[in-house]
Design a protein around this ligand. Sequence first.
Ligand code: NAD
Length: 486
Amino acid sequence: MTIETRTSIVWDYAPAPESADHIRVKDRYGLFLDGEFREPAEGRYVPTINPATEQPVAEVAWAGPGDIATAIERARDAQPGWAALPGLERAKYLFRIARLIQERSRELAVAETIDGGKPLRESRDVDIPLAAAHFFHYAGWADKLRYGVGAREVTPLGVVGQIVPWNFPLLMAAWKLAPALACGNTAILKPAETTPLTALLLAEICQEAELPPGVVTILPGDGSTGAALVRAPGIDKIAFTGSTAVGRDIQAALAGQQVGLTLELGGKSANIVFEDAALDQAVEGIVNGIFFNQGHVCCAGSRLLIQESVRDEVVGKLWARMRRLRIGDPLDKNTDVGAINSAEQLERIELLVAAGEEEGAVRRTIECELPERGYWFAPTLFTEVSPAHRIAVEEIFGPVVSVLTFRTQAEAIEKANNSRYGLAAGIWTDKGSKAFEVASALQAGVVWQNTYNHFDPTAAFGGYKESGFGREGGPAGLRPYLRVVR
Ligand code: NAD
């Protein structure tokens, strides 16, 4: 008798690069001020770099204190007229912006990927559609503001300063601008130094939408531009997303002043897997939770808490899944993990990973060929992690997951809450009642059940403890941009 053995098929991927020919990146971008692109007062231009190739993408003007003062003046001039428009009219502008983002979505996705290093699949399927969705959502609120804040009488705050990080450049700009404009404020946005490109394309979209001059201002620059904006006279509110250290500095600078403040800061979120969970599904959620956007996600599930009885099985499945991840050219549609956003961020990841090894945790990094140029870090898993290790405490903001274990539900809650942060958490279980019980005991602004990194413009997002305060998204996102009169 002969035994027939099946020939195993080895699947491989052919390269599937997205073309970058169709995008219209200029060599140079000025500041977007008073409805047009302008030379910066100090004449400073800085190249923005593609982190996957280390090649410059465009030269971008950086704003100084003089530009900030002019921008505030123009935004202040424009604000009463913008606020006086009927809500329905403001909504039309927001709808137009949303539609134009959709029309230019392919171009915006490529620009986001080139400027920031994230896989095209993510910029195309997550960043850009969600940015449009935020403008659509808040367009819907513009004529119903009082119903979003418990039927109170409200007015806009005035001129708001908004500072965003580099991990979701266009999406964070949309999170900030859409509610501010819907509420009748004028806004001055400062994009992050490594990723200003899509904010500048959004400036073009504001022009195309014929947004009145001064309603949106875009002032690229680094931390000193951000610090100057925070301290500039004439700003009524600062909305900041970024690191906890900078958030603290901003809070101290504004203490005792009549300036509104919301802070969306860092995180070290727990992703909790109970033994009764659908483990294969949980593994997909763990991968999405920590390797999405190279782990450059404030709410990344970077602390993986697994119930001891299924620890080996989950780690085994996770490692097998990790080895199938494809790392490399972010413009290739097959790529799962793209480039690290900057040399500086890569250095920080390497430093914390080295600390993990020195402190005795066991490191596994997937073997793969990494491109010669650019900034890369292969997906990494740490086991034998103790809660006191730096990799269990500090935000790595990279594709690195630390595994901890627990025995009981109470221990899972205690370990999850044992963090100075409190941004998000994930719960994987088959039992609805357990999920509700655990979720209500967690100190986290967002808790996902049997999913992770699921974003929706109708849902509020924000932190507890050192993850900040204030909410963005949904009706809760209107409140920080309004003053309750009665
Ligand atoms: P960062 O704080 O260094 O920079 C964020 C922004 O602030 C940038 O535009 C930067 O130029 C500006 N900035 C820097 N110093 C400043 C200062 N002194 N005053 C005013 N502005 C200043 O953070 P990052 O490294 O760009 O981003 C990563 C951090 O952002 C992570 O900690 C991450 O968790 C956090 N983040 C939080 C959320 C959230 O919603 N909670 C979302 C995304 C990122």
